[in-house]
Design a protein around this ligand. Structure first.
Ligand SMILES: [Fe+2]
Length: 229
């Protein structure tokens, strides 16, 4: 993706998010220079927990069809996970645009509640895993949606209206997209490691490669290793 495109998506997404009365934390608006200065002093946690902007086209260069906007607002500690106590949770705010696919994937560690916070309908395609981890094309899928167990056929579509949510457990294969409009999505989950805990059905990348045609408005999480080293 071009950096100018990433900057434009940041501007549009911020406006969309604010239209629902949700405001992101102060560090969202730090310039790259300020982020660099602060993560070297009192804000190392942003770097360590990989908080912040995350715009991905899954490396395929067609963001409108295949992509997702994410902002990680909080993320716990992998060490706490091993200890079994402490900051074991994470939270993201995301936008799935109308007909914009987040491709079929599962997680090994992370359980996640995916919440329609407003806008269009959020559609999720769901499968179980086979014992070897691959997509189980046959068995019915059972998931919890707002305290209710829903059972549907393999590959069935679960449609979430604003206010509705689903709990996806490790092993639940899922793909999702917006229908009838762009969707503001909340994610509440187990500690999150996007470098290791996303298994995609098709061979695909998790992050975008960026063509630097202008200066970044804000850094993406995927820029941190290069820009804040
Ligand atoms: Fe997921």
């Amino acid at each position: 993706m071009k950096r100018s495109e990433v900057n434009e998506i940041i501007r549009e997404s911020d406006k969309f998010i604010r239209s629902f009365g949700y405001v992101m934390p102060p560090f969202a608006y730090w310039s790259p220079e300020e982020l660099k200065a602060r993560t070297a002093t009192d804000s190392r946690a942003i770097l360590q927990a990989r908080l912040g902007w995350d715009i991905t086209d899954y490396g395929q260069g067609k963001f409108d069809e295949l992509g997702l906007f994410l902002f990680t607002t909080r993320n716990g500690n992998q060490e706490d996970l091993k200890k079994g106590g402490g900051m074991l949770y994470a939270e993201k705010i995301m936008i799935s645009r109308e007909k914009q696919l987040s491709p079929m994937h599962r997680h090994i560690v992370k359980a996640e509640d995916i919440i329609n916070r407003g806008g269009g309908t959020l559609v999720l395609e769901l499968f179980n895993s086979n014992p070897d981890g691959s997509v189980d094309e046959k068995t019915d899928v059972e998931v919890a949606t707002d305290g209710r167990i829903v059972r549907q056929k393999a590959g069935g579509l679960l449609k979430l209206q604003p206010g509705e949510s689903v709990t996806l457990l490790p092993g639940n294969w899922h793909a999702f997209w917006g229908e009838g409009g762009d969707v503001l999505i909340g994610e509440v989950s187990t500690v999150n490691d996007d470098l290791t805990d996303n298994i995609f059905r098709e061979p695909i990348g998790r992050f975008s490669s960026i063509d630097e045609d202008e200066a970044p408005l804000h850094l993406l999480v995927s820029d941190y290793d290069k820009w804040l080293a």
